[in-house]
Design a protein around this ligand. Structure first.
Ligand code: 9YT
Length: 167
């Protein structure tokens, strides 16, 4: 657990899932998954997820997991910041908190899929790569194309961003 001004960054518990769901809805820029999905993430993936909390209110959430086919790669699923908290580097703080934890194996890469309009996440990963002095590459073929989404659910492309190798 760590403190940034009045903010607490910590691992989630399953009791945070409902507030995380509300946060993702408020944030407005991410795919809103089911409440069950966020409860499950907060419960079973708590070691690779981060809650940012201000006076018991969830104002940030970073969800991630180790890639099942490559556990040295941390895949960041969603980085969400409350609209009222933007511009303070909160997403960067959550990512640093997560990478600073003990992991069962060394981490060589950070990956995410980020659509072109998600400029906040693009800035987050670019500045993280710059700060680490490591390359960032964008691979459309490794991400998800609009045609993969179901009819009636128009969705932007989700190209894959890969940062590393981390040293
Ligand atoms: C890193 C991040 O926030 N990616 C978003 C992926 C996708 N559009 C989602 O789950 O919202």
């Amino acid at each position: 657990m760590s403190q940034v001004a009045s903010l607490t960054l910590r691992q989630p518990t399953k009791d945070d899932g409902a507030q995380v769901y509300d946060l993702i809805r408020r944030a407005g820029t991410l795919d809103l998954n089911s409440a069950y999905c966020y409860i499950l993430l907060c419960d079973m993936f708590s070691g690779t997820c981060v809650i940012a909390e201000e006076e018991e209110r969830v104002v940030g959430f970073l969800s991630a997991f180790y890639r099942p086919d490559d556990p040295e790669t941390l895949f960041v699923w969603q980085a969400a910041v409350d609209p009222a908290m933007r511009g303070r580097g909160l997403a960067t703080s959550m990512l640093k908190e997560l990478l600073g934890r003990e992991h069962p194996q060394s981490l060589r890469y950070v990956e995410a899929t980020v659509s072109p309009s998600n400029t906040a996440s693009r800035r987050l990963f670019q500045s993280f790569a710059d700060a680490c002095g490591v390359p960032i590459s964008e691979r459309t073929a490794d991400g998800y194309s609009p045609s993969m989404f179901p009819a009636g659910h128009a969705h932007e492309a989700e190209p894959s961003l890969r940062i590393g190798p981390l040293v």
